[in-house]
Design a protein. Structure first.
Length: 446
């Protein structure tokens, strides 16, 4: 097992990882930019190293500075969290060269899944169902039209190197195709440095359902059920729950075992998420995230497992101790992403927290790194907390969520709490009757 883990991240996820390490008796090193000197993840770590000025490109993404911090502190492993360097295969390579363990999968698996075209090919080879579309990148409008006619309009043009919902364009018919193709490619080139785009059938009313996996790289893999992340704004998840209101136990086991077998066959190591769109009873693979996800606590709530500790154990070379039959699911959990943003306009609202009272009580978890008097810097993601609520069933969970949202006080900045207060009373949400477009439609109408 590791003696000391450097956590290459900030905010709630840095704290989350520190907590896992501390319970395992592992010392922690925080890194931070000059904007984060007073951040909670720095205060609570055993050691901390300032690695650069506020912009992430000069600090949290500064690989040489992070390697130096590892060497100065003698850290023997790095946990990347999510975002930042978590899916950067060259970072994983460089750590390997320095004999520091990257707490994540093999760089090769990050590489394969980071290229969405290659990821889709791999999924097909492993027997995972995918969205119908082009076999590889598409440049020529004539070829694009042939493929689009073949799969049927509307089609979605997606960036091979895309992420965070960026670089996607819908073409509803032939007249929109050529322009959508060229704007998507230009956008992809400027956002990701790679203009390669591909075509996919645009699904009209799917749900976003993802399967959490845990694997040790030695052919042992389990699935930990699904999360339904259909409530999205600009392709970004806002609310996540397990179970999905749309699946039953048989469907869960069916898709879960397809994914777990595929992951075992790949020799994948660590935690990962295989994301699907789900429509009319069919699953369609869209991508795999080779890291811990923001919404992992929802799965922890229904399985009782600590995903970060499992991830650290596997990275240290341990075999999985669980078989699929050891994994049991109980109750229902919902996570709301609390952002420092206006709940109507979604304009970021950095600034000082003047009052803070997080909710508590049975079945309530708040993962957050803010405190009263803390100033949210303007340089980073606006996520300031995650409220995760657990109940014996979905109804109890929703009632508890309503109760906790009423208790939550964050003053001094705008937050998205009022949005969740509206959502938790809406009949469609109460009935679990929503797809990936529901929230955008709701926001447009209110
Ligand atoms: P990213 O890596 O940018 O997050 P994804 O492939 O994971 O991209 O897709 C993000 C979101 O975009 C999905 O959750 C879904 O809402 C939407 N989306 C992706 N592919 C399709 C598709 N073929 N049809 C309809 N919506 C899609």
């Amino acid at each position: 097992m590791f003696d000391k883990v450097l956590i290459a991240n900030r905010g709630e996820i840095a704290l989350r990882i520190q907590r896992a390490c501390r319970e395992m008796g592992i010392a922690t090193v925080a890194i931070h930019s000059t904007a984060d000197e007073n951040a909670m993840h720095v205060r609570l770590a055993d050691e901390s190293v300032c690695i650069g000025p506020p912009p992430a490109s000069l600090s949290y993404l500064n690989i040489p500075a992070i390697i130096t911090a590892c060497e100065i502190t003698g850290a023997d492993a790095v946990h990347p969290g999510y975002g930042f360097l978590s899916e950067n295969d060259s970072f994983a390579d460089i750590l390997l060269e320095h004999k520091i363990t990257f707490i994540g999968p093999e760089p090769e698996h990050i590489r394969i899944m980071g290229d969405k075209i290659q990821a889709k090919r791999t999924a097909i080879d492993l027997g995972i169902p995918v969205v119908p579309g082009s076999e590889g990148g598409v440049e020529d409008p004539v070829e694009a039209l042939r493929i689009a006619k073949d799969i049927g309009f509307p089609v979605l043009i997606k960036a091979a190197s895309g992420g965070g919902g960026r670089g996607m364009k819908v073409a509803r018919d032939e007249s929109e195709l050529a322009e959508a193709l060229s704007t998507a490619s230009t956008e992809a080139k400027s956002a990701f440095g790679d203009g390669t785009v591909y075509l996919e059938k645009y699904l009209d009313k799917p749900r976003h359902i993802e399967i959490q996996v845990l694997s040790d790289g030695n052919g042992n893999a389990v699935h930990l059920g699904e999360r339904d992340c259909s409530l999205q704004r600009r392709h970004q998840k806002v609310w996540e729950e397990a179970f999905s209101p749309a699946l039953n136990a048989v469907q869960r086991e069916e898709i879960g075992s397809i994914v777990a077998n595929a992951i075992a066959e790949m020799g994948y190591s660590g935690v990962g998420t295989v994301e699907f769109l789900y429509e009319n009873g069919e699953f369609y693979f869209i991508e795999m995230n080779t890291r811990l996800q923001v919404e992992h606590p929802v799965t922890e709530a229904i399985t009782g497992l600590d995903l970060v500790q499992e991830q650290i154990r596997v990275a240290s070379g341990a075999r999985l101790t669980q078989k699929q039959s050891d994994i049991t699911f109980e109750g229902h959990a919902i996570e709301c992403r609390i952002n420092a943003e206006n709940a109507r306009t979604f304009v970021p609202s950095p600034g000082r927290i003047t009052a803070l009272h997080p909710p508590g009580g049975l079945g309530v978890r708040v993962d957050s790194a803010i405190y009263q008097g803390y100033s949210i810097p303007p340089y980073y993601d606006s996520l300031i907390g995650k409220l995760i609520v657990y109940g014996k069933n979905r109804t109890e969970c929703l009632m508890r969520l309503r109760r906790t949202l009423g208790e939550y006080v964050i003053e001094g900045v705008d937050t998205t709490i009022p949005l969740f207060q509206d959502l938790v009373g809406h009949p469609d949400i109460l009935n679990g009757d929503y797809d990936i477009h529901w929230l955008e439609n709701y926001l447009a109408a209110h």
